[in-house]
Write a protein that binds this ligand. Structure first.
Ligand SMILES: Cc1ncc(C[n+]2csc(CCOP(=O)(O)OP(=O)(O)O)c2C)c(N)n1
Length: 559
């Protein structure tokens, strides 16, 4: 790399290194601790999204990392800015998302004096981030920033936190830019592929489960063609639905909360489950019940981008250290040597999926969230991006929506509330021409609903659906199961969310009957402005398959 002819500030070197790494978006809440970076970002080819809370900014960066596979970038100030950003870092860790959080830091000479907003970031983020570091010497900015990119993307991706002492950022440096960081694609060796083929040729009931990160469109297509050639049933892991086209005849459903019992039974009964890319944590493994830990009875094949994840929970019959991108490329060369003896099972698995998801189940009250989700899946274009956070309202998305394209569902596998609005803002920034939906619970929405102001500021026509059941419904459901009739701290008295939207300068509509949803949605689209559709649902409509009253009744009968 060329030595710059004249010195630049460390902050400028940092921004240059972001640009070398193809960063086009940064999300931030400003702070006096990193003014030099804000100044260096001015007039550069980087789009800044200034947010209302660091939690929103960090979730936006995480969503960007999820959607692009390159680190999403967030800048926050020291102390309270950094602690506010921590939910995004936690999501990135659990969801294996590459992300960089840059934190303005106190001056180096003030350390350990309890200086204004001073914090030890290594201690605070140490158990969550993949790497936490502080840049003490301005000349090391290119080295450390490029290493941060590398670390965030490598193996199992995750968040990296880089603390930037304020005085360091202003220092002049002559150090040249480092090259762009690229994650290593780990390819399966010939013996691993041969063993894979042998196991598959001998199997009676193979089942392919897709999950994790480090995918590409090409990889998803290769896997789809492989599934077609071998007529394999395919499931996706929790919130990884877009890894496989839900309308494909090999699709068998998703392994999330409220998964199809028939799907769970089929996977439990498989003699050759093939886990490609995922880790099968607590949620997709149905509370660690899908396979025995540490030694599954079935011949599990586990393919993962990180050697550390192989053998960590499950001792696979065959463990293959490879990224999904590299493994999918190797699958292109495989073809069945004999007719697939499980093709009828694949057809049955697909029929089970269709039967489970085809028609909305009846619900108490005038609004049926299932029917609304079915309407959305039929009217939203296949490249629409659906973002959500956590809450029982998401059960209808998982059950009835059909994801068809990579990146079309952006939601936290860590089930962090408050994600749906920030994620939608980030996705509309990334894809201005695509329809971006944000589906939220009432509790969920108000955790980061303030970022609706960010959508208004940048004129992003996201459509936010708030499913208002006047309750932290998920927790109420657990209460009724474990402490029937003893409701505590789960009721909510909500604002008028449509009026909230209008107060922020957006479009607002209220839906009190299922039949009113299509018109409200079309009006929101026609408004070409950030919109909120306030959907009133019955508190009793708690899951697609059982009402709250029924859950309570069963719990009381058991007690
Ligand atoms: C940040 C965060 N806080 C708390 C929780 C625990 N939690 C999970 S779901 C839930 C209630 C969600 O309520 P709401 O958004 O209204 O959706 P509903 O379940 O009623 O559909 C809570 C409090 C969480 N997952 N994330």
């Amino acid at each position: 790399m060329q030595q710059p002819a004249s010195p630049r500030s460390a902050a400028q070197a940092l921004v240059d290194q972001l640009i070398v790494n193809r960063v086009r978006h940064v999300f931030c809440v400003p702070g006096e601790s990193y003014l030099a970076v804000l100044d260096a970002l001015r007039d550069r080819d980087v789009t800044i999204t200034v947010c209302r809370n660091e939690a929103g900014a960090a979730m936006m960066a995480e969503a960007m990392g999820k959607a692009t596979g390159r680190p999403g970038v967030c800048f926050v100030t020291r102390g309270p800015g950094a602690t506010n950003a921590s939910p995004g870092v936690h999501i990135a860790r659990h969801d294996s998302t590459p992300m960089l959080l840059f934190v303005g830091q106190i001056e180096r000479g003030f350390r350990d004096r309890d200086a204004f907003q001073e914090m030890d970031y290594r201690a605070f983020f140490g158990s969550v981030a993949k790497w936490v570091t502080e840049i003490d010497e301005a000349r090391r900015v290119p080295e450390i920033v490029s290493r941060a990119f590398q670390c965030a993307m490598e193996g199992r991706p995750g968040p990296v936190v880089v603390s930037l002492p304020r005085d360091m950022l202003a220092e002049p440096v002559l150090a040249p830019d480092a090259r762009a960081s690229e994650p290593v694609e780990t390819f399966p060796g010939a013996p691993a592929i041969a063993a894979f083929e042998t196991l598959l040729a001998a199997a009676q009931r193979p089942f392919l489960i897709l999950g994790g990160t480090r995918w590409s469109e090409a990889a998803a297509h290769s896997v789809q063609r492989f599934a077609e050639r071998f007529e394999l049933p395919v499931a996706t892991s929790y919130r990884r639905g877009p890894l496989f086209d839900a309308l494909h005849p090999c699709y068998a459903g998703d392994l999330g909360i409220g998964a199809n019992p028939k799907l769970i039974a089929r996977i439990k009964n498989s003699d050759l489950p093939i886990l490609l890319g995922g880790r099968l944590g607590e949620i997709p493994s149905q509370g660690f019940t899908l396979f025995e830990i540490p030694s599954p009875r079935a011949d599990l094949i586990h393919i993962h981008a990180s050697a550390e994840e192989l053998g960590r929970l499950y001792q696979a019959r065959l463990a293959i250290h490879a990224t999904p991108i590299a493994f999918a490329a190797a699958l292109d060369a495989l073809a069945p040597r004999a007719p697939n003896r499980w093709s009828a099972q694949t057809k049955d698995a697909n029929e089970d999926f269709i039967a489970w998801t085809e028609a909305a189940t009846p619900q108490p009250g005038p609004v049926n969230l299932g029917a609304i989700t079915v309407w959305l899946r039929e009217h939203a274009p296949p490249d629409a991006i659906l973002c959500n956070g956590a809450g029982n309202y998401a059960a209808w998305i998982h059950r009835f929506y059909r994801f068809r394209r990579l990146g079309s569902h952006i939601a936290p596998t860590s089930a962090s509330m408050g994600y749906g609005v920030p994620a939608a803002v980030a996705m509309q920034r990334l894809h201005p021409g695509r329809l971006v939906l944000s589906v939220n619970g009432d509790g969920d929405f108000l955790m980061n609903g303030q970022e609706f102001a960010t959508a208004v500021q940048y004129e992003l026509p996201i459509i936010v659906i708030v499913c208002d059941n006047a309750s932290y419904g998920t927790i109420r459901m657990h209460q009724e199961r474990e402490y029937p009739g003893r409701v505590c701290a789960t009721d909510l008295r909500n604002p008028d969310f449509a009026a909230y939207a209008r107060a922020f300068g957006g479009f607002g509509a209220r839906v009190e009957k299922t039949a009113d949803f299509p018109a409200a949605f079309e009006a929101a689209r026609a408004a070409r402005a950030p919109a909120i559709i306030h959907v009133k649902i019955s508190t009793d409509a708690i899951t697609p398959s059982a009402t709250l009253a029924r859950i309570k009744e069963l719990a009381l009968a058991k007690a």
